[in-house]
Design a binder for this molecule. Structure first.
Ligand code: SF4
Length: 705
């Protein structure tokens, strides 16, 4: 634990009493794993985080699969997965391997298996790793609702073991590795009936298969726990880590392949992937990653590379910190399930925040009053749109009083009534000036006061007295890193917790782990019910890939990992963005991250798979077509799946589903219910729109063709 003598939190999964695990939420180190060899590539141990992807060509089309594999390798992909839906496909993997060898491409291949144990046995002869899905390796999905008594359940497991054991034996003989890849969308009926579609069910599903592997002394295993719901994915990986630790205490465990499945495309696909994968990597969980996008798989590689490099860079920085972090309370209410910090609802000049209120979104405009012309120019294109983009609060640095009044008047002229908050220096003159707007009728939501370790206690007391006099609460923005945070929090609340404090935050350089320290330190000081504001800085770095949302992809990924992880952990009542790329893209990014973390829904949600050789139509094109018709439907969830493998399970999370079921044929779902089979592809988008209408979830805004 990095030499620090702080409290290390030990927590047991709530519903699996036998399991335990220790985790350092403040300075996590990489989970200790054995090394699994996949061809010439080693996964786990001290090896770098490996980047992998999957082809979406027809496996029987050797030339196309080889060409796409080579493009993936040239873009930095280290392991390539290819689907083997039938025995013929499995047999053709040997041709693909041979063709790649002939081109001098040694990249390890992974055979992706669902439903066909016989194909797995053949594929194992030709590839370096086999991926099996415990939900469908030996089970056909029937959606049976029935109770299994213990003896029936055991009999089912024995049946599964009997079907699985030959593959384990063959992989051990051949020196082929295996991924036990559980997917939230394809749990077996047996697991669903006992555990539901929960993180616990996902973990149990994988451990049933591990029993056979260990029984056969086969340990070249990698696990994955994928879900399109970022929270579920994070919880399942954490729970699996705890369960594996409990199973073999003190021993290096099995490596993790980390990913968010059916993440979709474009910015939202990248955001969801970064939230799930980045959050886990930053906590030391993950040895190989795949970013699943509904796009050309080559486009996944730079995203994966950036997320992995970010995690490795942050881990190196963290490793240099050794000072004691003096906190006692847990920073996260429930690491195996989502629970938002329980804060008091409060009001900042008309903006309700905290408690059950939605997580708020603020634009932070430093210099808005000192340099009004410059800021006005930056805002010019955005000002009238601030309401449309649902910017809920504005934070400006203190400056000339008349500029603040001008700004407030400009807002009033375009009908904006959001509260304005003032960033104030911890100096008497500033505090006095910050009080003046009240005389003009400008409503101030809060003062944001930056506080560093060098601040004098008398200044803190003075600010609190000014806040009490003026009736404007303070958000204390701590300019501190992990071990410095508890002491600063202690100084703020030396005189007790009262209404002069509106919220706490950290500077934009703070890590997500620093925010966790803040959460614990507040709880230690009896201030757990105060809101926390998450600050994010969006830089306008030079990049070729600004095409997505007007935000550089590196900034988009950084915001997603940092904010998204905390939001999934239940930390944060407001996201405040300081943007150099304009107001609209930054606010849009904040809302997208909130939706990606399942915290606030403000747009249509698409759950679309990356497609693979099982897909019998152009999923990218279909997704674009469906989006073109439906992306104005706020809050509607639409699943778009290339095939049935994960389709039915993911429907549990979607309002409507579009699932490929044959050449040019689609099955349409409402929730989990199939409502139309064998719909010709040419008609399927219209039928989907009709279904949305029939179920009262259509709004005009885009005219159906
Ligand atoms: S759901 Fe999509 S990616 Fe998954 S197996 Fe089916 S077609 Fe392939």
């Amino acid at each position: 634990m990095n030499g620090a003598s702080r409290t290390v939190l030990s927590d047991s999964p709530p519903s699996v009493g036998a399991a335990s695990g220790t985790v350092d939420f403040f300075r996590p180190v990489r989970r200790r794993t054995r090394v699994v060899r996949v061809g010439e590539v080693e996964i786990g141990g001290d090896n770098p985080i490996r980047i992998q992807s999957m082809t979406n060509t027809d496996t029987m089309d050797t030339a196309a699969t080889v060409e796409q594999t080579i493009r993936l390798v040239e873009s930095g992909c280290e392991i390539v997965r290819v689907t083997a839906p039938s025995i013929r496909d499995a047999e053709n993997l040997r041709e693909i391997r041979r063709a790649l060898d002939g081109r001098g491409i040694e990249v390890p291949l992974v055979a992706d298996i669902h439903f066909t144990p016989n194909a797995a046995l053949i594929a194992a002869e030709a590839v370096e790793k086999v991926r099996i899905n415990p939900g469908n390796y030996a089970d056909k999905k029937k959606f049976e609702i029935r109770d299994y008594d213990d003896s029936e359940y055991e009999a089912e497991i024995a049946r599964v073991h009997t079907r699985f054991r030959p593959l384990v034996v063959r992989c051990r003989e051949l020196g082929v590795a295996m991924r036990i890849g559980t997917n939230h969308g394809s749990l077996s009926d047996r697991i669903m009936n006992r555990y539901g579609d929960t993180a616990e069910g996902m973990v149990e599903s994988a451990l049933e298969f591990l029993d056979v592997c260990e029984d056969e002394s086969y340990r070249d295993i990698i696990f994955s726990m994928k879900a399109s719901n970022t929270q579920v994915a994070i919880q399942a990986y954490r729970l699996l880590a705890a369960r594996l630790d409990a199973r073999s205490p003190g021993e290096p465990s099995y490596p993790f392949h980390v990913g968010v499945t059916e993440a979709g495309d474009g910015e939202d696909g990248r955001i969801k992937s970064a939230i799930g994968i980045g959050s886990l990597l930053e906590d030391g969980l993950g040895d190989t990653i795949r970013v699943s996008l509904t796009e050309d798989p080559v486009r996944e590689i730079p995203v994966a590379r950036e997320i992995a490099e970010r995690a490795e860079r942050v881990a190196r920085d963290r490793a240099t910190r050794t000072e004691k972090i003096d906190v006692m309370s847990a920073p996260i209410a429930n690491r195996f399930g989502h629970a938002r910090r329980d804060t008091d609802r409060t009001d900042w000049a008309g903006l309700p925040i905290g408690g059950e209120e939605p997580i708020r979104v603020e634009l932070d405009l430093p210099g808005a009053l000192d340099r009004p012309a410059e800021v006005a120019a930056r805002l010019a294109m955005d000002l009238s749109a601030l309401r449309d983009i649902e910017c809920e609060s504005l934070l400006v640095g203190i400056g000339p009083f008349e500029h603040l009044v001008d700004l407030a008047n400009e807002f009033a002229a375009v009908g904006l009534d959001m509260p304005i908050s003032l960033r104030v220096l911890l100096a008497d003159a500033d505090l006095e000036q910050a009080s003046r707007p009240l005389d003009s009728g400008v409503k101030i939501g809060r003062w944001v006061v930056s506080l560093s370790a060098s601040a004098k206690d008398a200044s803190i007391t003075g600010a609190r007295e000014a806040a009490r006099r003026q009736g404007i609460p303070i958000e204390w923005e701590l300019q501190a890193v992990d071990h410095e945070i508890p002491a600063l929090v202690g100084r703020i609340f030396a005189g007790g917790v009262d209404a002069t404090t509106a919220a706490l935050s950290l500077g934009t350089a703070a890590s997500l782990h620093d925010y966790r320290v803040l959460s614990s330190a507040l709880a230690d000081r009896g201030a757990a019910r105060l809101p926390i504001v998450l600050r994010q800085y969006v830089e306008a770095v030079e990049t070729k890939s600004i095409e997505l949302v007007g935000v550089p992809v590196s900034e988009l990924l950084d915001a997603s990992v940092r904010l998204g992880s905390l939001l999934c952990d239940g930390i944060g009542d407001m996201v405040s963005i300081d943007s150099r790329v304009g107001a609209a893209p930054a606010i849009d990014l904040a809302y997208r991250v909130l939706q990606g973390a399942r915290q606030r829904t403000t747009r249509t949600e698409y759950i679309s798979c990356p497609s693979c050789g099982r897909t019998l139509f152009d999923l990218e094109e279909i997704t674009a077509r469906i989006k073109g018709r439906t992306d104005h439907l706020k809050g509607v969830k639409i699943a778009i799946m290339g095939c049935i493998v994960n389709g039915p399970g993911e429907m549990a999370d979607a309002d409507f589903g579009y699932v490929g079921s044959g050449v040019g044929q689609v099955t349409l779902y409402v929730g989990k219910q199939v409502v139309a089979r064998a719909v010709p592809e040419a008609e399927a988008t219209d039928r989907l729109v009709d279904l949305i209408r029939e179920h009262g979830q259509w709004v005009e805004g885009s005219t159906p063709e």
